[in-house]
Design a binder for this molecule. Structure first.
Ligand code: ATP
Ligand code: MG
Length: 358
């Protein structure tokens, strides 16, 4: 039985991006050999390298490569070289542009605590035990995108940021979160600040209206301040957390730190349907680029997330995640997660260990 060919747009990007993406591509190849799935990759320029070679962070042909793909795998973009460029020539502007052009409205960040790395966290191992949660963050609305301005007052300048959400924007992400929770441990925490914010009251109304369509998912409403506290107190009690843009920005960073290194964290940005863009949470890490030091696990776990969320290849996703756990349990570490740096392995060796363990 020949599997359907899945098209993956591969964007290596800047800094350590090409190094970690190369390891993720080895995992794609290994998955084909082991599971019979078939992938067709198409590489495209994006970010700083695209600015240098094409004069824009998001060339039209890159967008087209992404649009004809089933999913996008992205390394990382940006670096000091482009930080002082005018806005339209900054890698970050390309990121906003690609999300918009691809209709990506949610950002998913799993936070899974690997048993053998529990000691690396600042929390007690017994608190972290069993932590496996996903933060689903709305990406297109809220205070980051609202009207902003300054005005003069008798007390000096006043600055104003506004936040808005409409029913459609809330409903699409809430439905997505219910769907995701339904495929996991069936618990959804909707996070808001409904005791003071009007956007939060609308948010909660929409959640309550949609909830009866997902009777098997247990829903709780949690105020954002309480959620911040509970993430540190009893992180294992969460399954899926869904929240608006700014709350999600803050809570997903908080949740990330439960698990130790930034080099371990995967993410997905999703729109309607199954299409998604998958990338490590970390940036381009210019300080360690080109030295075979980067931890490729975040990018490799992003491939596992792609298999699970976009392709429905749970068997391959499980195999990758289990291989990562096995390699860590066997004591192998890249230097970012190593307690003894002298025995740390490099980027390529870590990739090889993981594909061997699959
Ligand atoms: P950005 O603005 O793109 O988020 P940043 O410099 O704020 O970039 P990162 O690029 O994520 O953030 O780097 C933060 C720190 O974490 C750096 O010291 C970097 O070397 C380290 N780091 C990031 N990713 C990795 C990785 N995959 N492996 C090892 N260390 C990493
Ligand atoms: Mg940063």
């Amino acid at each position: 039985m020949a599997a359907e060919v899945k098209k993956i747009a591969v964007i290596a990007g800047d800094g350590i991006g090409p190094e970690v993406v190369a390891e993720a591509e080895k995992v794609l190849k290994r998955t084909e050999e082991l599971f019979g799935y078939r992938f067709e990759t198409e590489h495209a320029l994006f970010g700083g390298i695209a600015i240098d070679e094409k004069g824009t962070p998001l060339p039209q042909e890159t967008l087209e490569v992404c649009q004809r793909a089933d999913a996008v795998l992205l390394g990382a973009v940006g670096g000091p070289k482009w930080d002082n460029n005018p806005k339209e020539l900054r890698p970050e502007t390309g990121l906003l542009g690609i999300r918009k052009a691809l209709g990506l409205f949610s950002n998913l960040r799993p936070a899974v605590v690997f048993d053998c790395l529990k000691d690396a966290s600042t929390l007690k191992p017994e608190v972290l035990e069993g932590t496996d949660l996903i933060v689903v963050r709305e990406l297109t609305g809220g205070i980051y995108f609202g009207e902003k301005y300054r005005r003069d007052t008798e007390y000096g300048q006043e600055a104003v940021d506004t936040s808005s959400y409409n029913v459609k924007e809330v409903e699409r992400i809430v439905r997505q979160a219910f769907e995701i929770a339904g495929k996991r441990r069936k618990k959804l925490a909707s996070v808001d600040k409904a005791n003071v914010l009007e956007t939060s009251r609308l948010w909660r109304e929409v959640v309550n209206r949609v909830a009866p369509e997902y009777p098997d998912v247990e829903l709780e409403h949690v105020l954002v301040d309480n959620c911040a506290m509970q993430l540190l107190r009893r992180p294992s009690s969460f399954d899926v957390i869904v929240t608006e843009n700014m709350f999600g920005d803050i809570l997903s960073d908080e949740a990330a730190m439960l698990t130790g290194s930034i080099g371990m964290l995967a993410s997905a940005s999703l729109g309607e349907g199954s299409f998604g863009l998958y990338e490590p949470v970390h940036g381009s890490a210019p300080d360690i680029a080109g030295q075979n030091l980067a931890n490729p696990i975040a990018t490799i776990l992003s491939v596992a997330l792609m298999f699970r969320m976009t392709f429905g290849y749970a068997d391959a996703a499980d195999a990758i995640e289990a291989a990562v756990a096995d390699v860590l349990n066997a004591g192998h570490r890249t230097s970012d997660i190593a307690t003894n740096k002298s025995t740390a392995v490099g980027t390529e060796a870590m990739g090889d260990l993981i594909i061997a363990a699959m």
